[in-house]
Write a protein that binds this ligand. Sequence first.
Ligand code: SF4
Length: 269
Amino acid sequence: MSKKTSSNTFSYSQLSSFKNCPQQYKITYLDGVRKSNESIEAFMGKRVHEVLEWLYSEENRLKPFITFDGLCQTFDNLWVDHWHKEIHIADTHKNSDYYYSIGKRCLSNYYSRYGPTFDQRVEDIEVDLKFTIGDHNFRGIIDRLDQPEPGKWIVHDYKTSKRPKTERQALNDIQLALYQIAVEQNFGKVDEISLSWHFLRIGSEVTILHTPEQLEILKKKLIKMVDKIYNCLDNENNFIPKESILCHWCYLWEECNAKVGPNPVKRAD
Ligand code: SF4
């Protein structure tokens, strides 16, 4: 992406990467560097998401109930099948068993709340949508979309991270605001959309409804964020490294102007 063209498509991950560190954004999305390295937190989060995707698969939705053993077995299989040599642990006091058990706890919390029937009105899972805001094109993948009654929608997002959001933070969150806009533009009858975060580690949830005015403010914020990226494109040096604690979870040290050598964080065993 060198200039502003209508073919550029943005995602929440891109905006978040640019906000955290413009240099990381450049290396990943402009230079196209992709690494197989990942943090154990990301690895665990992906496996939990996959289990919940399996849980609401078309086949499972037809079943009257799902056992917790079934959930655990699926998690174990996914964990083993996807394990690889480039998984890293930034916290030297923790090992892979610790993160495995956090993943299990996330599933146990979810099961206690919704199992064994899981009878929500699921429209679809991993919903991949294209949409526009202003002149900008976006793409987003929604973890789960429910339609409890005609015209009423619920966007669900699963989080395995440590800290839950407060309601105030949820109201200012751009990720699910993006998904709300995506649903509005892609589904015929939309009377109401609620946004629901599942903080799986502690088994809590936050659900909000935006007023049209709040959504308008978030749209302006999103347009500003994209404009900021375009403003940097004239000169590669504009994508300055922003060093922070997040560097521990970044595997682009060899490409980064602020670092020397690879990220020294230990490999998971
Ligand atoms: S190591 Fe830190 S400063 Fe460098 S690209 Fe990654 S996050 Fe940015």
